[in-house]
Structures are given as C-alpha cells and as structure tokens.
Ligand binder design. Structure first.
Ligand code: ZN
Ligand code: ZN
Length: 136
C-alpha cells in the first residue's frame, strides 16, 4: 500500500466515523469532516473511507444499496458478485424465525430481512485465477 501523505485528513475522517454509531453514509462523514477541516474534499473522504475499510480499521456495511427488482416473490436471499455486480439467488431457506426474534427484542414490527452474500461469482473467480490481478 502507498504511503499516505494526508494522514491528518485521514485521522479526521476516522474520527468522524468513530464518534458516530448510526452507520453514517460517506456523505454524512464528509459533512462531519468538513465541519472540522473545511478544505477537505468529497473525493478525499470517499477515497480514504475505502482505504480505511480495506485496511480493516472501519467496516463497510451495505444497507439497502441500489434498488434491484426480482420476479421471484417468495422470500429468499441473494449472492452479490463484488467484481461484476451480478446478483444470484442463494440456495438457502428464508429464516422467518429471525424476524420474530428481532421483533421480540426490539419492538420493531419487522416486515422482512435481507441477507446478501458477497464474493466472486464462479466466472469472476476463474478470471481472477487467470489474471491474478488485484481487485480495485
Ligand atoms: Zn462476477
Ligand atoms: Zn432473487
């Protein structure tokens, strides 16, 4: 990994993530970071969030990313290829008992839960072995 020149900016970004516990979006982090340091750019924040997530200092959680539409109407889970972006149905039964358990504990009226498995699809993992290049 490249040596980071803007470690001060990265620290501001990291602090902005650490002082919140509401799963902020990159834009929310950007606004917090800019309040501390008004020269920071959106691109710097996005890039550093990616670096921090990759190095394991923060975690990237995808919650309801892009809307997708499915002709299959029964509850089921999905697999997302992080390289080509294709979405597949996961061969697992829907666990309705999770909805009940979380509803009991939180008082939420749960309508459903989503579960997405991330990784490389067979085609992309074959390509990965051929090229053995680094995912971007
Ligand atoms: Zn793929
Ligand atoms: Zn599906």
């Amino acid at each position: 990994m490249k040596k980071q020149r803007n470690s001060k900016q990265r620290q501001i970004i990291l602090d902005a993530v650490m002082t919140r516990c509401d799963h902020p979006t990159a834009d929310q982090i950007y606004l917090d970071a800019r309040a501390k340091y008004d020269k920071i750019s959106r691109g710097t924040v996005y890039r550093n969030l990616g670096v921090l997530a990759e190095s394991g200092e923060i975690m990237n959680v995808k919650v309801a990313a892009a809307d997708r539409y499915d002709s299959r109407l029964d509850r089921h889970y999905h697999l997302l290829c992080t390289r080509c972006g294709k979405v597949f149905d996961a061969p697992l039964p829907y666990h309705a008992e999770y909805d009940d358990a979380v509803a009991r504990e939180t008082g939420f009226r749960i309508s459903r839960h989503l579960l997405v498995f991330e990784g490389l699809c067979p085609a992309c993992s074959r390509k990965n072995e051929d090229e053995s290049d680094e995912p971007t």
